[in-house]
Structures are given as C-alpha cells and as structure tokens.
Design a binder for this molecule. Structure first.
Ligand code: DGY
Length: 426
C-alpha cells in the first residue's frame, strides 16, 4: 500500500526489479513464475520509463522464444518452477530451444516497440534495437494471418480461452461448454496455493482448458489441424482489436525499417481486419460482440473486450462505447471498467475476468479515448486506475465495487502500467 506518487513510483520500480529474472520479468513471483507474452510487452513499456535498455531486453528475450513459423508462445519456460500448472511437460514442448506453451496471446508487442522507439531518450540505441526486432514482429503478424485467418476474411480465430488472456470471461461460457471435461492430464491447481479460489477460474473450466491442450498436443501443434479440429473457435473482439492496433503500429515501423511492399502488405491486412471488426459492432447493445464460430452466432455477452476497438483506433462508435462505460457505473459499482457488464450473465466482481477491473485494459481504453478526442473519459480512466493502485496496492486486478486488490500481489504489469500512466500525468 502506498500513499503518494513518489512512494508509488519507488514501489513500482522495486516490483519490476524483484520480478526480474535476468532479461525477463515474471508477472508475479509464485503465481506466474515464467515469461508471459502480453505481460512482457506491457512490462517492457514500464521498464522503459526507468531503463530503456532493460525495456528492449524484455522484448528481445521474448522474441528469442519465437517459433520458426513466427508464432510467439504465450509462455516461455526459461527456468524450471514447481509453482505453476501446466508446466512444460504438459505442453510436450520441453525440448524446444526455449521450452514453451504451444498457443499465442493477444499481440501487444509491436505497440510496445513503437512506443519505446518514439519516446526514446536514447534514440540511436532505440533505432538499432527496433530495427532488429521489426522482421520478427512482421513474421509474427504474418503467422496470425496464415494460421488463424487462412481464408483472409479479416478476423483471426482464437482456439483456447488462454489465447485471449481473458481466460474465464463469461463471453466464453457457451462456447467452452462444448469442450469435454475429460482430460488425459491430471489437473493440479497450483494457482490455488497462491490465490483464493473465489478469485480464480472454476475446476470445470480448468478441465476444459486442459482438454484443449491435450488435443492440440496430439495434433503436434500444427496450426491447420488445430484450426480444423478445435471444438472451441471464437472471433474474440479483444484479440482482434489488439491485433489491429499492433498492425497499425507495425506499419509505422515498416515505414522506417521495412520495404514499400511490406508496408502495402500490412496496410491490406489492417484494412481487411478493420472492415471485419466493424461487422462485430452491435447497434442494439452499443458495444462490439465476439462471434462463436462453431455455432456461427454472435456472443451476446458484453465484456470490456468489446470496448477495445477504441484502442485499435476505431472511432466510429466512440460515443456509444463511452456511454456503455458510463452505464456500467453506479453507486454499487463505481470503479471503471469492470471486465463484464455488472448484472450481466456471469458477472462476478471478484473472480478474475468475470467482473474485476484490470489496470492495463483501463490504460488501453484511456489511450483510445484520448486519441478519439474524449480527454475527459481518458483522464477519468487514467486517474481512477492510478488511485486504485496507489490505495489498494499493486494487485493483479481490482474489485469494481470498492477497488480492493485481488489475485496476485506485487504484479509486474500493474507496476508497469502505473509507471506508464505516471509519464502522462502532471
Ligand atoms: C493462467 O494460468 O491463469 C494463465 O492465465 C494462463 O496463461
């Protein structure tokens, strides 16, 4: 718990240092003791506020685990730990150069790299390091298109709730219920040794998560077979919005480090994705809704992921999204932005992605609304997030009713987001 911005800055930096394992940062010492993909992208931006070199290194270490086909896994198991399940043996990928999981996570990397480059206090170093990273980022975005949108419809498909990063979002309830609970791998809930079970996904969800891992392992992680055979297939608004933002940031990098042909390729992909994302906006709900691709139906559960197209730079519905955020606030649920609609299906204010506020989502929304000209909402989101962290502590997520801290403590991306927000606050 901190009581002043100066103390919060020192505490945030101390958390990054304590979670630094030498070139990469674990999200939290025992709950998540490896390198996570989108955590590291955000954490790199936090590091860059105090050590640019360490920020670049975070991304470089993550991309050292990139697969030959361009996929960047959601977890890199650089060093062993018994604190987490499922570890490298469950994924069956322990023999890789860098042992890893076999699925991706929303691609924030190009956004982090562009931000670090454009804000660099050491521009020559930044230019050299961003130039070296650019081909890897391009390879990763090509992987998304090839592996997850082979018919070039615009939206990429997600095959596992862990790929969305929003594991137990109520948006997945119906689609996930189709996945059998049987697993060939015994489930060991190591997370419950670190966090109360009321704040984590339920056992039935874990069984389905592991069923999918077992299936994909049996398919040798081959993207085409996974896409054809997964019983869970959704077009997630969050992943697609973050990818669209990343494509636009990659285009800015391509203009400095790439060829004209690469720029045209990225531009074409972004245009296709933007058009398809627009098709997910629901005028009746005033928010974007994902699509269940197995049932071929919209997912009619409103979550904070449905607001993220504003982060991508999609401004056509900025007013409706701002109204949706306002409509979710009340005397009983005053803290923005809950991860699912209060009172909506599956809302649970303390359980992971079913209701709590996530600081990095608020930062993304603040960025998007600021760019769309809604400075008042951007500063409301930024200030509320900083206040929550300064008074509640550097927790993983927060209760939208009273801002109490939930989940893992001394959490790296919460520290990083505080540092990033502090850069733009007086
Ligand atoms: C977990 O284990 O809780 C993670 O969200 C999976 O990436």
């Amino acid at each position: 718990m901190t009581d002043a911005p100066g103390a919060a800055r020192a505490a945030a930096r101390a958390i990054l240092r304590a979670n630094d394992r030498g070139g990469y940062t674990v999200p939290s010492a025992r709950l998540y003791p490896f390198q996570w993909n989108w955590d590291s992208a955000l954490v790199a931006m936090g590091w860059a506020t105090c050590s640019e070199s360490r920020g670049w290194q975070e991304v470089e270490t993550l991309l050292a685990g990139q697969w030959d086909d361009g996929m960047v896994p959601h977890i890199l198991f650089h060093a062993p730990s018994g604190d987490y399940f499922p570890g490298p043996a469950v994924w069956g990928l322990a023999r890789l150069r860098v042992p890893s999981s076999g699925i991706p996570q929303p691609p924030v990397l190009a956004t982090a790299v562009r931000r670090m480059l454009e804000r660099a206090r050491a521009p020559e170093q930044a230019k050299a390091r961003a130039a070296a990273l650019y081909p890897k980022l391009l390879g990763n975005h090509r992987w998304w298109a090839r592996a997850r949108d082979p018919e070039r419809r615009g939206l990429v498909t997600t095959l596992h709730p862990w790929e969305t990063g929003m594991d137990n979002s109520p948006a997945w309830d119906i689609a996930l219920a189709r996945v059998p609970r049987e697993t060939g791998t015994p489930i060991v809930r190591r997370d419950l040794a670190h966090v109360e079970s009321a704040m984590r996904p339920a056992l039935a969800e874990y069984e389905r998560y592991i069923h999918l891992v077992d299936l994909f392992r049996s398919l040798a992680w081959e993207p085409g077979r996974m896409l054809r055979q997964s019983p869970f297939r959704v077009a997630d608004v969050g992943t697609n919005a973050i990818l669209l933002r990343a494509e636009r940031d990659l285009l800015a990098l391509a203009r400095r480090f790439g060829t004209a042909a690469e720029g045209a390729e990225i531009d074409a992909r972004s245009a296709r994705l933007a058009a398809a994302l627009e098709g997910l906006f629901s005028a009746t709900e005033g928010i974007y809704l994902g699509r269940d691709q197995v049932a071929d139906r919209p997912i009619t559960v409103a979550t904070s992921a449905g607001l993220l197209p504003i982060f991508a730079g999609e401004r056509a519905h900025a007013g409706a999204l701002a109204e949706r955020i306002e409509s979710w606030r009340s005397a009983a649920v005053p803290w923005p932005v809950p991860s699912s609609a209060p009172g909506g299906p599956g809302f649970d204010p303390r359980r992971y992605w079913r209701g709590p506020v996530w600081p990095f989502v608020n930062w993304m929304l603040a960025q998007g609304f600021a760019a769309a000209g809604n400075a008042a909402l951007a500063s409301l989101l930024g200030n509320a997030t900083a206040r929550m962290i300064e008074t509640g502590g550097f927790y993983e997520y927060f209760d939208p009713r009273d801002a109490s801290g939930l989940g893992g403590e001394n959490f790296s991306w919460t520290a990083a987001i505080w540092l990033v927000l502090a850069e733009s606050r007086p």
